[in-house]
Design a protein around this ligand. Structure first.
Ligand SMILES: [Zn+2]
Length: 271
């Protein structure tokens, strides 16, 4: 090997090593996420869930919960991981679902009622699961609330900040890149679980058509902009329909789930 080639290789190696290290340093420095370990995140998550239970009507129906768990376990493909993820169904008339710290996903019953199939619901859950697995929830909070405040919340349980975290995660969007990463990951989870991935774009398209009606604007749409573009991207990535797709829930189970999420007319809607 000539001297010049050797020098070039050393320089190239140094360049890439520096580039790699700087990338890491910037990322860690920007978010300081390393200060929040799994235990701290769980503590914050538990405080948030306590507030969700205090503020909202959580649907405590064992049969309904076990059907949601069945979808969750299939999507996770791993019962150990699935047991760490909690799905909470709340009685709320706005079509919405969102992820919270500590591996928690909240799904409004109005969203389940709005799905045409268990594959559509699985699509939404897969997308939210991706936000958790890809650490989007803590990255967003690290960016928008700040690590020092999050660390303080874990020890002092500041109610105002907890309410602000719930507000941010339930009603504001993630960065565009995180959304497309969550869509891509969701497709992978669905394919792996042999669930028809078309459920996700089908649901998005259905929501886009929904006008604000007596049940209020569909929140999941307002927090997930560029719907038409996402539908096109998702469909272009989905290959032909495979005969091997399965319905995780039987027809009977799906009807039970839908019936128990039928929100019906509300007193507050009659104003
Ligand atoms: Zn999302």
């Amino acid at each position: 090997m000539g001297k010049a080639t050797y020098q070039f290789l050393v320089l190239a190696a140094l360049f890439f090593a520096t580039w790699f290290l700087l990338g890491r340093v910037n990322y860690v420095k920007r978010l300081h996420l390393e200060q929040i370990n799994e235990k701290t995140e769980k503590k914050i998550g538990d405080l948030i869930i306590k507030t969700v239970y205090a503020q909202q009507t959580v649907i405590e129906n064992d049969s309904l919960s076990s059907l949601m768990d069945k979808l969750k376990t299939n999507l996770c493909g791993d019962s150990t991981e699935a047991s760490k993820i909690r799905i909470i169904v709340v009685d709320a008339a706005v079509v919405n679902a969102f992820s919270l710290p500590g591996n928690n996903i909240v799904v409004n019953n109005a969203l389940i009622a709005h799905c045409d199939s268990s594959a559509q619901l699985a699509g939404v859950l897969a997308h939210e699961l991706a936000h958790l697995r890809l650490h989007h929830v803590m990255k967003k909070l690290g960016n928008e609330i700040g690590i020092s405040i999050l660390l303080a919340v874990a020890s002092n349980g500041n109610a105002q900040v907890i309410r602000e975290i719930i507000r941010k995660l339930s009603s504001t969007a993630f960065e565009r890149e995180m959304e497309s990463d969550a869509d891509d990951a969701a497709l992978t989870y669905l394919e792996k679980a042999h669930i028809d991935p078309a459920g996700l774009p089908d649901f998005l398209e259905k929501l886009a058509e929904l006008k604000a009606d007596v049940h209020g604007a569909p929140e999941w749409i307002s927090t997930h902009p560029d719907i038409q573009k996402r539908v096109r991207t998702l469909r272009s990535k989905i290959q032909d329909h495979k005969a091997s797709y399965v319905n995780v829930l039987t027809e009977e189970e799906w009807i039970y789930l839908k019936d128990n999420c039928d929100i019906g007319p509300r007193a507050e809607d009659t104003n």
